[in-house]
Design a protein around this ligand. Structure first.
Ligand code: PAF
Length: 281
């Protein structure tokens, strides 16, 4: 696996691969890799001839009171996993390389970003759109891979790609879950064993909602209350939001119809976890 730190070196290698007719796949990550990331790599390996993974803990997508400084950084393990996954290139830029002094251009999606995590994390998606745009321009992939756990992120990136005429495809890979149902996340590394147990309430509550819907419930308030009550039954899990939203517009729904997403964000202590399911009425 080639490892690059500069944009110019990365471009040179990508150009060489393109000259050889290779199709480039990009898996953008912030590191602290788990099987969810590796499932994106596996999909990229199936579709593309030259797979690039970027690891960059992007400062612009963290709020001032968020976990930028203590976000898990596990580079030695990450490199091992990516080597085993037969990744061709690991792009590992520094913050200075991505945001040199006097950097002043940002990308904002103005509609889907208002909902869900956009409400509780102002500026987050502006940071995501900006860094993803930069990565697309540096790596110029044919396909870029994102996990469904960040459902809103994927929809925003797809919208940005459409609105700004990027010439690449976005492919989504389903949420990777631990055996007990917990959605895999780099932030799970923050959880102690008691918090890990409590965190199961998130995926359990989504299963409960699914059962309720199978039995015919269509009222979103009832569904959300069922979820909230289950989560609240585990002490010290604080709900940020429980929403039922349209799968395309992300607007909140009152009655189930078409394709919709149940999206949850909670805090366990200082750790913010998200999860979702996509269903059809
Ligand atoms: O999902 C993530 O890990 C990040 O938001 C991304 C897409 C790598 C941008 O920093």
């Amino acid at each position: 696996m080639i490892v690059t730190k500069t944009i110019s070196e990365t471009r040179r290698i990508i150009n060489e691969a393109k000259k050889k007719g290779k199709k480039i796949g990009l898996v953008p990550t912030m590191g602290a890799l788990h099987d969810g990331h590796l499932s994106l790599v596996r999909q990229a390996k199936k579709d593309c001839d030259f797979v690039v993974v970027s690891i960059f803990v992007n400062p612009t997508q963290f709020g001032p009171d968020e976990d930028y400084k203590k976000y898990p950084r596990t580079l030695t393990d990450d490199k091992l996993l990516l080597g085993r996954g037969k990744v061709d290139l690991l792009f590992l830029p520094t913050a200075e390389e991505m945001y040199p002094q006097r950097f002043s251009t940002y990308v904002t999606e103005g509609n889907l970003s208002q909902f869900l995590c956009g409400k509780s994390r102002p500026g987050h998606f502006r940071g995501v759109c900006t860094v993803v745009t930069k990565l697309f321009n540096i790596i110029t992939p044919g396909i870029a891979y994102f996990g469904q756990k960040d459902y809103q992120q994927v929809e925003i990136v797809k919208k940005m790609v459409k609105d700004l005429n990027f010439s690449l495809k976005i492919k989504t890979v389903p949420i990777a879950r631990e055996e007990n149902g917990l959605a895999m996340s780099s932030r799970n590394k923050y959880l102690n064993s008691s918090e890990r147990k409590k965190a199961l309430a998130i995926s359990q509550s989504l299963s409960l909602a699914k059962q309720l819907i199978r039995k015919g419930e269509r009222n979103c308030k009832i569904i959300k209350n069922k979820i909230k009550n289950h989560i609240r039954s585990k002490k010290s899990v604080k709900i940020d939001y429980v929403e039922v939203v349209d799968a395309k517009t992300l607007e909140p729904k009152t009655k189930l119809s078409d394709r919709f997403v149940i999206a949850i964000a909670v805090y366990l202590g200082k750790t913010r976890l998200i999860d979702n399911i996509i269903l059809e009425a």
